[in-house]
Design a protein around this ligand. Sequence first.
Ligand code: ADP
Length: 493
Amino acid sequence: MKKLKILFLSSEVVPFAKTGGLADVSGALPKALKELGHEVRIIMPKYKVINDRKYVLREVIRLKDIPISIGSSVKKVNVKSAFTPDPFKIQTYFIDYRPYFGKDGLYVDAATNKEYSNNDERFILFCKAVMETLKLLFWQPDIIHCNDWQTGLVPFFLKTLYKDDAFFKKISTLITVHNVGYQGNFPPGSFQKTNVDSTLFTPGSPVEYYGKFSFLKTGLYYADHITTVSRQYSQEIQQSREYGFGFEGIFKERSNMFTGITNGVDYSTWSPDIDAYIPANYEYNNLSGKSVNKKALAERFGLPYKENMPVIGMISRLVNQKGFDLLEEIIKPVVKMNLQLVILGTGAPKYHALFTQLNKKYPDNIGICLKFDEELAHLIEAGSDMFLMPSKYEPCGLNQLFSLRYGTVPIVRKTGGLADTITEFNTRSGAGNGFVFEDYSSGELLDAIKRAVESYHKPKIWKKIMKNGMKQDFSWKESAKKYYKVYEKILKR
Ligand code: ADP
């Protein structure tokens, strides 16, 4: 294996800033690549939530007051540097420009609950600052690994603004799509802010999508390779508009340079035997701690603790994608099954209202916490009996993988990464690690929950399902090797 220099670009990275699975991947994959022997560095924005002192961010003299053009104006950007606070010590650079990144919220303004109106400028600046940072550091990666629309302009800038710059000649680019539902489409006027020749923005061109300037489409066209986060999702987004959100043609057209690689789990944080956030650790051979966590979970959510009553956990961004409309339709019969539901999430106001109302109506059965709370997420994984993900689509999904390790049996819809990782338990063969429904319908969801609850009340069977999941291994190592294979394919030197 050749030792590569890899630059990993992401708009969120654990432990610095997180809204969803992208941050988990961005925290874990660089570590796995480093373990394989590669040199990896990360660049991300310096948001207000990133505490300079906690993570020991330092100013870099060479990287001060870097002029970045956004259309006709010039912004002065600083870049800070730190290492990830784990034994892996991945060098991480933070693009610091307070007028853009100095508020609460990564993409959505916490004060208004609306997306920042200047998200185009924020990420044009980010992508340009990445290019300038590399030059000032004299660090020439072999690979720039981009993630999602926020970083989609880097492959584009390489082939336009910097195409004659010898410094960048031998760099190859990869873009990973974590969710094609988020495309970074902006009004045509945004294109001028890139300072790239405006004649490139024409109908049907690689940068244009239905009259908008699309950062993701641009990345998909200009990158040397595309990956997405599970095999099944890579198929789905080529096949229909429902999954491809209009980009299905692009994925199909580029199918010879498009690979599905399933995400892994960082078991150094998500493992019940060493989890620092839960009251009682437990493991495959001794599950006794699980009931202690179940009790703590009930307390935390203000629910009565009943040892033999199944608890279903949910941790999610509260958005349409995640299937809450199905749950809403059947909530009455679900509660009648004599179970408890605990929900941790933030997102659309309509779901905040819905769950607040359900919590009032069923105070002994439905517990809610409408916040982002990393620690509580661990307690839910450890203290719940089952974990529910009735997603309309799910590129990979991480919580079902965490759940397997915690002996918390997943109930999922058969889509994307959920389809690749969860199989229905079969009583006869004893195989399977969860409960799966196929059609996006509340009837099928209800049946799946019923099957799970029935099995739950047969302790021997239930233990078997738990253990089937607990012994599975979804660590990053194998996936990191698959990324290496892709890098190798696109290398220019
Ligand atoms: P997505 O990326 O679509 O949000 P994933 O299942 O891939 O979905 O990843 C979601 C990640 O975000 C998981 O690590 C999950 O535990 C975490 N998460 C989501 N919402 C919350 C929340 N309110 N509090 C804590 N963690 C959350």
